[in-house]
Design a protein around this ligand. Sequence first.
Ligand code: IVH
Length: 673
Amino acid sequence: MTSPATRAAELRELISRHSRAYFVHDDPVIPDADYDALVSELRELERRHPEVGASERARVGAPASAVFSPVRHAEAMLSLDNVFDVDELRSWSERVERGLDTASTLTFVVEPKIDGLALSITYRGGQLVQAATRGDGRVGEDVTDNVRTIANVPHRLSMTTGAVEIRGEVFLAKADFERLNEAQRAAGARVFANPRNAAAGSLRQKDPAVSASRPLSFLAYQLVDLDHTLSLTTHHQTLAQLASWGFLVAPEAHVVEGVSDMLARSSWFERHRHDFSYEIDGAVIKVDDLSRRASLGSTSRAPRWAIARKFPPEERTTRLLRIEVSIGRTGRATPYAVLEPVLVAGSRVAMATLHNADQVREKDVRPGDLVIVRKAGDVIPEVVGAVVVDGEARAPAWRFPLTCPECGGALRRREDESDTYCINPACPAQQMQKIVHFASRGALDIEGLGEQRVAQLLNEGLLRDVADLFTLDREVVARLEGFGELSATALVGAIDAAKSAPLSRILIGLGIRHVGPVAARELARRFGTYDAMARAPLEELESLEGIGPIIAQAVYEYARDDESRQRMAQMSQAGVAMSEPGLDEAPDATLAGRAVVITGAIEGYSREAAVAAVVSRGGSSPGSVSAKTFCVVVGDAPGASKVDKARRAGVPMIPGPAFEELLATGTWSATLE
Ligand code: IVH
């Protein structure tokens, strides 16, 4: 057992090391959540074992560096205390009420907590004269020249007297961060782990020209009236004043009356955390009335009138046990990390994708490393990078296998692509995934034919290719383990029914490269039968609407490939129709020219099938809501941003079950809200 004193020393050393990495080098090695856990552990230890002494409470900031000149802040730049759930937030509001000794309803402003870095900009007589980082809260770094290059920072304010300090957050919007990393990658430079690091690295550049080339933004949330020339009495007035000077202020900042609305609004931010154009890691709740703020005052670290409600971490560290490779239906070999299971954003993560060989090399993660795992929204978990402690022994860099783990055949990387493929068309893993895709909802929708059953049928030697499905013998299937008369009849019946599936669905199911639902629909509509399509010369394929040269070439080659010719002949012999019905009739125009946005799951439809259903009626199904959207179909677990946007734009929202009605009639009889 480690003694409390030893552990306290250890924790202090770790905290100070990570604090330096975070503030001085802009290069944190562990996620914030893990840092917070170290700080909590130390606080708890100090509370339970007073003999270990008390240390400085957590980080406020780092000492200023030697590169930039020091700037003493006219008024300390404080940090915020954190709470992690509604109960803690309620306790904070009770402390505020007690502190004010008032029974009257409190007004709060609830704002997003932007994950950037704090900046203070001083204006005298309306002119920008200085900009400084927070540093240790008292003394920061002079970054004036760099800040002048930030596009949305006003250089002049429409007032002539008095000095003000505008405080806020420098950040990189998510899209700008992605673009910056793409450019870094293209230039062979280091990619940034997250927008916050990228913003910090970009602001603290010795050369302002480099800062200028980085798409930084500034969001203002505080005003220090140094000469007392303004007569603001509330925070929301302050925000309005900042906005009128041309600063970006959070449009989502919300004034709320009373504790229960405040709690509800902070939870709203948590639900919508991924809908912002920039990263947020919490909500900040502030007492609105400035005189009440003054009477609450501050501790040496943080104000008593504000609090940050931090959201559950979406990044955690865990051990990378090994790296494996999975094979998809196109033969693509995707490396993935097998991890010591860890809870990330509320779900257990034991595996995470590593995308491709380049990503593994770029991230330089090796078996045995401690790695950072991220899960944002409903995105699949991914490994962000390794936590490398200087001097610690590591396994050699991981090498992409040369042979397929499933079939032992060669793995090849295609020229000009970052993906590696198993080039053996007979690879059982590819075969299995191809058949699973063929039977999936978006394609032929064959009920009861999932991964397990396909694997079983392959192992029993009853299947080799999708075409074999149509000649499966019911009696043979019934004798297989796990099957019986009933399930065999159901499966073979479902396959039989699929024989009359429209050509468009078959084209989707075949998984021809680059052919998605829209192209499949167009090809089927234009040619009517597979044979007609297969005979079409390349120029004819290229001339179709929405079919570019890449799709045309892929279709052309597919139709002439020996194996596919054999497959199609076998399917045709088995009675698969392979034609598009209703070709002679006028095209269905129920939704002609209508943009129908679909969000959430709609019963009975895969995403592809729902989109295809709209497209087949002349409509379109874009991924985002605009004022031109005809309606939004709101299924199960809808995307909050789409619903919100629809609400704001006044676009009708119809419930998932009304989708069929929409398809049949082009309108609806019930809307949500
Ligand atoms: S108010 C004295 N408002 O979070 C009050 N801070 O963890 C100071 N931050 O130092 C800050 N969004 O860098 C405030 N809407 C917001 C914020 C915000 C992000 C940052 C800021 C602060 C840190 C504390």
